[in-house]
Design a binder for this molecule. Structure first.
Ligand code: ATP
Ligand code: BTN
Length: 358
């Protein structure tokens, strides 16, 4: 109910709506309307009340909550349900519990911070409060486990598109699905699956985006390898001219949006919505058998293909040139010993493509 009132206030823009009008609309008394207004204010919304004119919502107060994330989102599956936590151990871990309890496909879990954010290969993911995006989406693709590796590549393509939609930043993909800006990691993806032999029960697509960290916010070990959206964007970037296509964030002045609200909350909200839209689009593509197009787009954004890479397999270190990816998500590497090797994502980390020695 209170979000119904909020919606009404949003639609009214800078106009006032009287308590009587709101009450009539929802069939409640003026004092009940007042109680809801108090609740919304307690949540953090800035609502002005004037004895003669009624109520109006003051701009710039977007919050990260399920209502704001879902309102007018227009997706078929991703984000049709959203749960939000100020703090949680890991959105992926929680999403797996919801999936096991039979939640609807497309349910998204969003958090303000994670105490045990998880990365690929058993690593942890730094998830400082209010400075990143921590998002997990539950999908139930009607397919066999062997058909799912394309999701690894698709999730990265969706993230690149969403970041571009909202910020105009052109990011690249490091195999299999790290999102890179000028050699540093801006976003990471953790895909987890639960399945029977022949059928997927659910997939959890987890995305972490560094949003507003400054260099000193990152732990020293990753300081030279991590970057945030805001620090990548820099001051003076011509946001107004930034192209933004379908699925883009609202707001004519993107610079204002990105830095808007407490801790860039408006920008995080816009990016979460763009991620949900882009994941929704690409999920439809997968369901419609358009995997080849996804692989092509992955190749286009890749910062790995054509580069020298290093990796360790069974205690032996190899070097070679990353030649291509194939539909099962594997990277083909032409190794210096003349052998072409197929590296499976989820098992291996490649090195040596960044602009620093590692
Ligand atoms: P990967 O094997 O996942 O492709 P990597 O081994 O190349 O990555 P580096 O980029 O060299 O990793 O180092 C960064 C490490 O820090 C990665 O393991 C990355 O997942 C981890 N990390 C943890 N939190 C963050 C964060 N918020 N932003 C960027 N990196 C993070
Ligand atoms: C990686 O690059 O290693 C993957 C990082 C994935 C981090 C995200 S944050 C939201 C979701 N919940 C988690 O615990 N991990 C993913």
């Amino acid at each position: 109910m209170r979000y119904g009132i909020l919606k009404l206030l949003k639609e009214a823009g800078s106009d006032y709506i009287t308590g009587v009008d709101i009450g009539t609309r929802f069939g409640i008394s003026r004092s009940a309307v007042w109680k809801h207004i108090i609740e919304l204010r307690n949540e953090g919304y800035d609502i002005e009340s004037s004895p003669n004119k009624g109520y109006r919502l003051l701009p710039g107060g977007e919050l990260l909550n399920p209502f704001e994330i879902m309102d007018g989102l227009g997706t078929k599956i991703a984000g049709t349900e959203v749960v939000y936590f100020d703090e949680i151990a890991s959105t992926n871990t929680h999403a797996a519990k919801l999936a096991a309890d039979g939640c609807a496909e497309g349910t998204a879990v969003v958090a303000g911070t994670q105490t045990h954010g998880r990365g690929r290969l058993g690593r942890s993911w730094e998830s400082p409060k209010g400075k990143g995006i921590y998002l997990s989406i539950i999908l139930r693709p009607p397919m066999a486990p062997a058909e799912t590796p394309v999701f690894t590549l698709a999730a990265a393509v969706a993230a690149v598109r969403a970041i571009y939609d909202v910020t105009g930043l052109r990011t690249g993909i490091k195999w299999p699905n790290d999102i890179i800006y000028e050699g540093k990691k801006i976003s990471g993806i953790l895909l987890e699956m639960n399945s029977e032999a022949e059928m997927v029960n659910w997939l959890i697509l987890g995305i972490g985006v560094n949003y507003s960290q400054t260099e000193s916010d990152f732990p020293e070990e990753i300081r030279d390898r991590a970057v945030s959206i805001l620090s990548a964007s820099g001051e003076g970037t011509p946001w107004k001219d930034a192209p933004h296509g379908q699925g883009s964030a609202p707001g004519e002045d993107l610079h204002h949006v990105l830095r808007g609200g407490h801790d860039g909350r408006a920008g995080r909200l816009a990016l979460i919505r763009a991620l949900l839209r882009r994941i929704d689009d690409i999920y439809q593509d997968i369901l419609n058998g358009k995997n080849a197009g996804i692989l092509d787009e992955w190749r286009k954004h890749s910062v790995t293909l054509g580069r020298e890479v290093r990796f360790t397999l069974k205690n032996t270190e190899y070097t070679g040139t990353a030649a291509d990816i194939i539909e099962n998500g594997s990277l083909l590497v032409d190794c210096s010993d003349g052998v072409r090797r197929e590296l499976h994502s989820g098992e291996i980390s490649i090195r040596g493509i960044f602009g620093y020695s590692d």
